[in-house]
Design a protein around this ligand. Structure first.
Ligand code: AMP
Ligand code: GLY
Length: 627
C-alpha cells in the first residue's frame, strides 16, 4: 500500500484532501495518507485530517518541510492548495514523487499544445495562480477550461502530465461557477492519477485450479498491474490481459523462497490460498516483512490444519458437529470402540494429509483397521479422531472474514468421489455446481449462525480470522446443518464456480477486509448457474503414472467455457499431462442443464491418447433432479 503525504495551506478549504481521503477509505486507491502537512495551524484541511485520525505536521518555514517529509517517507507527495513553497531541494529529494494540480492544460513538451475536445487549442495558463487562471479561460473566450495533474519539476507549471480534465464553458459563466465545476473534475483526476500510481504486484500462493481462478480475477482489477503465482501452472500464461509470471519450482511451504520472490519482484500483496502454506505460517512470515497478506495466520488457520483442535473449538462454541473422540494412540482408539455399539464411523488424521487422511468405516471392525492406517500419515496421524458418521446432503459455504465480522460469498456442492453416482475413492474434488438448491434461505440462516459463532469464537481466543473461511457442511434429513470441517481457504474446485460469480473487484474487497471494514462491502453477484468439471488423468486419485507426459489434444477447440489449469504443462505449443487433476472446465448458464450442456460439449472435444482422460459425467446431478 502506497504512503501519501498531502500538503495543504489555509488558501483552500481542503476539498482536494477530502477527495483523496475518501478514495483511500473506500479503497478506490490503494494508498494511505500518512501525514497532512500545512504551513499554518489555520488551514481548514487540518480539521478534516483530524476527523479521519490522520497525523498532521506544521512546517512554518520552508526549510522544515524536508525534515518532516523524510520522517514519514511517503511514496507520493500531493500538493493540495499549497502555495508554492516547495523548495528545489525538496523537488530534488523526491523526483517524480510530487504531484501538483494546475488549472490549465499543460502540454507534453514545452512547445506542444493540448487540444480541447472540440479541437480548439487549450490554454496552458502557465504561471497563473488558480483564480487568475480560471479568469483567463473566460477572458480568452476559451470553449473549454481544464486542469492537469502533473509531477512537479523545477520548471513552474510544467512536468510529466498524469491526467487532464476538461470542462465546457457555458454562457454566463463566472469564475465561481466555472471553478466549482472544474473542482469536481479536479478531484476526479487527482484520484485517477493516484489510482494509476498505486497499482500493485500480486502474488498468489497456489498452483491449482483455485489459484487459476484467483489469478484470473486479480487480472481484472485496475488496482493490479502484475500477477505472479507460486508455483502457478502453465495455463496461467495463456490468454491473459496483463503479464503473469509463475514460479513452478517453488513449494507453497518454502517461506524463504516466497520471501525472495516478494523482494525480487517488489510484491505488494500476497494471497495465501493453499492449506499447507497457511499451516506453516506463510502469512505470519510475510506480514513481518511489511507485505500485505490476504489469508489467515497460522494460529487462526489451526481450524483447518488441526482437526482435533477444530472439533474442540466447535464444541466450546456450540457449533453443531458430529460426536467425536480424539485419540493419541492406537490403543486409545481401539479401547474407545469397544465401548461403542457397532456403527459407521469416520476415522481422521488430525493433521493435513493432502485430502487422504479421512477414512470411512462401515462398522467397528473396519474402524479398527482404519485406526491402524493412521500411522501411515506420519506426524499428521499421531493424533486422530473417531467421528460419528453423519448422513444427508453435503455443501460448501464461503465467507470473507475480517477478524470481527463476515460476509457470506456463496455456496457450492463438491463431488468428492472419483466416479459417477458418488462411487469410488475420495479425491480432491471432481467437480462443483453452484449455487446449490439444497441451500435454501432456511439453511442459509443456520450457516450464518455458524459463521457468526466461528468468527466470534476465534476473536475471543485472540486468533482473529482474516481471509476466506470455508465451511464444509452436511444437511441431515431433518434439515439441520452440521459442520463436517472448516478450511482456512477457498475450496478447489469451489473457487472455480464461486469467484467468477462475484462482480466486485476482489482486490478492493480484500483491502476492506484487511483494514477491518468488511461492513463497507456491498457484495454483488450475477445470478448464473455454474458447473465446473475436473478433468483428471485416468487412475486418479490412485496410480496415474502412465498418463503423465502424454499429450492433451483439443483444448484449443473448445468454446463457451472457461478452462482453469492445474497439473498441465506446455511444451512448445503442446499441452502435456503433468499430474492427477489436470484442468477444469467451467461453464455458466441460466440453470444447471444449460451449464452442463456447455461443459460436456467442450469436454467431448478434449482427448488424451488411448482414452486416458477421466472426468465425472454427472456433475450437478442433484440440482438436475430438482429442475
Ligand atoms: P475432509 O477431508 O474432512 O474434507 O473429509 C472428506 C469427506 O469425508 C467429507 O467431505 C465428507 O464427505 C466425509 N466426512 C468427513 N467427516 C464426516 C462425518 N463425520 N460424517 C459424514 N461424512 C464425513
Ligand atoms: N473441494 C474440497 C476442498 O477444497 O477441500
Amino acid at each position: 500500500m502506497k504512503k501519501l503525504a498531502v500538503l495543504i495551506s489555509n488558501y483552500g478549504t481542503g476539498t482536494n484532501l477530502q477527495a483523496i481521503i475518501d478514495a483511500t477509505e473506500s479503497k478506490k486507491i490503494n494508498a494511505k495518507v500518512v501525514v497532512v502537512v500545512s504551513n499554518t495551524n489555520e488551514a481548514q484541511g487540518l480539521l478534516r485530517a483530524g476527523k479521519h485520525k490522520i497525523q498532521t505536521a506544521i512546517s512554518p518555514k520552508k526549510e522544515d518541510l524536508i525534515k518532516i517529509l523524510k520522517k514519514y517517507a511517503p511514496d507520493y507527495i500531493i500538493l493540495a492548495g499549497w502555495k508554492q513553497i516547495v523548495t528545489d531541494q525538496v523537488i530534488d529529494e523526491f523526483p517524480n514523487k510530487i504531484l501538483n494540480l494546475h488549472p490549465g492544460l499543460i502540454p507534453d513538451s514545452p512547445k506542444g499544445t493540448v487540444k480541447n475536445p472540440d479541437g480548439t487549442k487549450a490554454l496552458w495558463n502557465k504561471g497563473k495562480l488558480a483564480n487568475i487562471a480560471v479568469q483567463n479561460f473566460l477572458d480568452q473566450k476559451a470553449t473549454y477550461a481544464g486542469s492537469s495533474v502533473h509531477f512537479l519539476t523545477h520548471e513552474f507549471d510544467f512536468g510529466p502530465v498524469l491526467e487532464r480534465a476538461f470542462v465546457k464553458i457555458i454562457k454566463g459563466d463566472s469564475v465561481e461557477s466555472l471553478y466549482s465545476r472544474l473542482k469536481v473534475k479536479e478531484h476526479e483526476i487527482y484520484v485517477k492519477a493516484l489510482q494509476a500510481l498505486s497499482t500493485s504486484t500480486v502474488l498468489v500462493i497456489d498452483g491449482g485450479g483455485r489459484g487459476s481462478a484467483l489469478v484470473d480475477k486479480y487480472q481484472k482489477s485496475p488496482h493490479v498491474s502484475k500477477v505472479l503465482a507460486a508455483p502457478g501452472n502453465d495455463l496461467m500464461l495463456i490468454n491473459i490481459k496483463k503479464p503473469v509470471k509463475i514460479f513452478p519450482d517453488t513449494e507453497t511451504t518454502d517461506i524463504k523462497k516466497i520471501k525472495k520472490i516478494c523482494t525480487d519482484y517488489q510484491v505488494d500483496f500476497v494471497d495465501v490460498a493453499q492449506d499447507n502454506a497457511v499451516a506453516v505460517g506463510v502469512t505470519d512470515a510475510l506480514r513481518k516483512q511489511d507485505i500485505q497478506v490476504f489469508g489467515p495466520t497460522k494460529a487462526a488457520g489451526q481450524i483447518e490444519w488441526d482437526k482435533a483442535w477444530a472439533r474442540n473449538f466447535m464444541k466450546a462454541n456450540n457449533i453443531p458437529s458430529p460426536a467425536f473422540k480424539i485419540c493419541k494412540s492406537e490403543k486409545e482408539g481401539i479401547d474407545f470402540l469397544k465401548t461403542q455399539k457397532d456403527s459407521e464411523w469416520y476415522i481422521k488424521a488430525s493433521g493435513l494429509a493432502a485430502g487422504k487422511g479421512v477414512i470411512y468405516a462401515k462398522n467397528n471392525q473396519r474402524a479398527k483397521e482404519a485406526i491402524s492406517q493412521m500411522k501411515s500419515f506420519g506426524k499428521s496421524g499421531e493424533t486422530f479422531l473417531i467421528e460419528e458418521c453423519l448422513h444427508g446432503e453435503e455443501f460448501s459455504s464461503f465467507a470473507f472474514v475480517d477478524g470481527a465480522d463476515f460476509v457470506i460469498i456463496g455456496h457450492a456442492q463438491d463431488h468428492k468421489r472419483a466416479y459417477d453416482g458418488d462411487k469410488g475413492p475420495n479425491t480432491g474434488g471432481m467437480g462443483c455446481s453452484s449455487p446449490p438448491k439444497a441451500v435454501t434461505p432456511k439453511i442459509e440462516k443456520q450457516i450464518l449462525l455458524i459463521f457468526q459463532k466461528t468468527t466470534k469464537g476465534l476473536a475471543k481466543i485472540k486468533r482473529p480470522y482474516r481471509g476466506v473461511l470455508y465451511l464444509g457442511g452436511m444437511i441431515d434429513y431433518g434439515g439441520k446443518v452440521y459442520v463436517v470441517e472448516f478450511n482456512a481457504r477457498w475450496g478447489d474446485p469451489e473457487a472455480q464456480v464461486i469467484i467468477p460469480s462475484i462482480k466486485n473487484d476482489l482486490y478492493e474487497m480484500e483491502q476492506q477486509i484487511l483494514s477491518g471494514n468488511i461492513k463497507k462491502i456491498k457484495l454483488k453477484k450475477d445470478n448464473k448457474y455454474r458447473i465446473v468439471v475436473t478433468a483428471a488423468s485416468k487412475g486418479y486419485p490412485n496410480d496415474y503414472s502412465n498418463v503423465t507426459g502424454r499429450q492433451i489434444k483439443g483444448l484449443d477447440k473448445v468454446i463457451n467455457v472457461q478452462i482453469f489449469g492445474a497439473g498441465i504443462r506446455l511444451s512448445g505449443k503442446k499441452y502435456i499431462a503433468g499430474g492427477g487433476r489436470l484442468f477444469y472446465v467451467m461453464a455458466e448458464g441460466r440453470n444447471v442443464q444449460e451449464a452442463r450442456t456447455k461443459a460436456y460439449n467442450a469436454l467431448s472435444k478434449i482427448k488424451i491418447e488411448r482414452n486416458n482422460l477421466h472426468f465425472r459425467r454427472d456433475i450437478g446431478y442433484r440440482d438436475l433432479a430438482r429442475l
